[in-house]
Write a protein that binds this ligand. Structure first.
Ligand SMILES: [Zn+2]
Ligand SMILES: [Zn+2]
Length: 427
């Protein structure tokens, strides 16, 4: 195996209380030494002066489309986009075709991912067979096959009864249930956030209540069962308040937000059309402000991309017909730096907590740190470097991003997974 000396970077690892200019030696797949001016003869030196050296980022929420949706993304292109975005681990959602609802499918995904050898893959398996909301999957067998959490993402867990059983089972296994909070009776036919933009475009709206009704149900059940509920892509002011209040009462709840929900409002649809159509939809300014406040006061635990590539011919359809979703892996760090850190909303340490430390805790994996002996997963980024995101340069097959042409400040420069340099940006 090779060794790297990452020299002179600003090492930020909140779980290890590290926030200083240090060298990091990565050898045989592990962090071997961390300290000032290490005197070693590695195979390779990475000059990290002026850069941040972070434990590898973990994306709790991606759609990599394989199997069944290879026109939009493959594991190979999705994982290449992940490491270009600084993500050393990703958690693919189960809504592929077939749905990841059996241990053989989780196992096949892991085998394929290890053949590709870019980012680590931690599958999230379905709560119900086919995510149809009728029969619980075999949580124990799926967890044994590598699933780190359970979700019917793309849709909510259909009934309170099924969710209660899912939570009881998940609690015994020590894994979270991840909810896509939506009440379909409130969203049927909905395209955009309910409000002025939807009215102007003459499409049906999706009210904030759809998300909040489902979240409230799940918080009641998490409280009753003692299970860990993880809220996917939280998007409304009311949801931030529900999570904040539940946690105060001692409910085991964690929550993620996507960059698009902390950067854009529904107004973006007027400019970007179907490339700003996702589920949950972009909301109002006051929701965006509440999400930013939730990130600043740690009510929100993680930033996850909900990377959802779609072939261009699908996104070329009319606004009401096009599928929901935008890509996100390669723009997450740049958007978070530009809109959270450079605006003074959060410090770099909190950013690393949101992208690495807390995601590792949520999926119960010994990652998100840089102490000696831990996994050699490292993300290096230049906090000051400006760059322009262009979809045609994306490693993802998806071109559906509202951030095409945006200038961002903060740029991934190198990504190391298990001691292997899997991405390096040209100078
Ligand atoms: Zn979802
Ligand atoms: Zn999703």
């Amino acid at each position: 195996m090779s060794s790297f000396l990452i020299r002179g970077g600003h090492v930020v690892s909140p779980a290890d209380d590290l926030d200083a200019r240090l060298d990091v030696l990565v050898e045989d797949g592990l962090i071997r030494e961390v300290g000032p001016q290490l005197d070693r003869r590695p195979d390779r030196v990475i000059d990290a002066r002026g850069q941040v050296v972070s434990p590898g980022f973990i994306d709790l929420h991606v759609h990599l489309r394989e199997p069944g949706g290879e026109e939009s993304e493959t594991l190979e292109t999705g994982l290449a986009a992940a490491v270009a975005g600084g993500f050393t681990s990703v958690c693919p959602m189960p809504n592929t075709s077939p749905v990841n609802d059996r241990p053989e499918l989780s196992g096949a995904l892991l085998t394929r991912a290890s053949e590709i050898g870019l980012a680590r893959v931690f599958p999230i398996a379905a709560v119900s067979m086919g995510s149809a909301g009728d029969t619980l999957t075999n949580f124990r067998a799926l967890a044994a096959a590598g699933a780190v959490a359970f979700s019917d993402d793309g849709r909510p867990v259909k009934t309170a009864g099924l969710m209660k059983t899912a939570m009881e089972t998940a609690r015994r296994l020590g894994v979270p249930v991840v909810e896509h909070c939506e009440d379909p009776s409130l969203t049927a036919g909905g395209v955009l956030n309910e409000g002025a933009v939807a009215e102007k475009l003459g499409v049906k709206g999706v009210p904030a209540a759809s998300e909040e009704v489902c979240l409230a149900r799940d918080l009641v059940l998490a409280n009753a069962t003692g299970a860990h509920l993880h809220v996917a892509h939280l998007s409304t002011a009311g949801s931030v308040e529900l999570v904040r209040a539940a946690r105060r009462r001692g409910v085991r709840v964690t929550a993620e937000v996507t960059p698009h929900h902390f950067v854009l409002t529904d107004e973006a649809v007027l400019q970007h059309g179907t490339n700003a159509k996702m589920n949950p939809p972009l909301r109002r300014t006051r929701d965006l402000e509440a999400v930013l406040a939730g990130l600043a006061d740690s009510t929100i635990d993680a930033i996850a991309t909900d990377h959802a590539p779609h072939a261009s011919r699908l996104k070329a359809k009319a606004l009401s017909e096009a599928p929901f979703g935008v890509t996100g892996l390669e723009t997450a760090l740049g958007l978070a730096m530009t809109f959270l850190v450079h605006t003074g909303r959060i410090a770099i340490g909190q950013l690393v907590t949101l992208l690495s430390v807390n995601p590792a805790r949520i999926i119960n994996r010994p990652l998100g740190r840089l102490r000696v002996g831990s996994a050699g997963d490292v993300t290096i980024f230049d906090p000051e470097r400006e760059w322009i995101y262009r979809v045609e340069e994306s490693r993802s097959k998806g071109r559906n991003s509202p951030f095409h042409g945006w200038k961002l400040k903060g740029c991934i420069t190198a990504t190391i997974v298990a001691g292997k340099l899997v991405y390096e940006r040209a100078a």
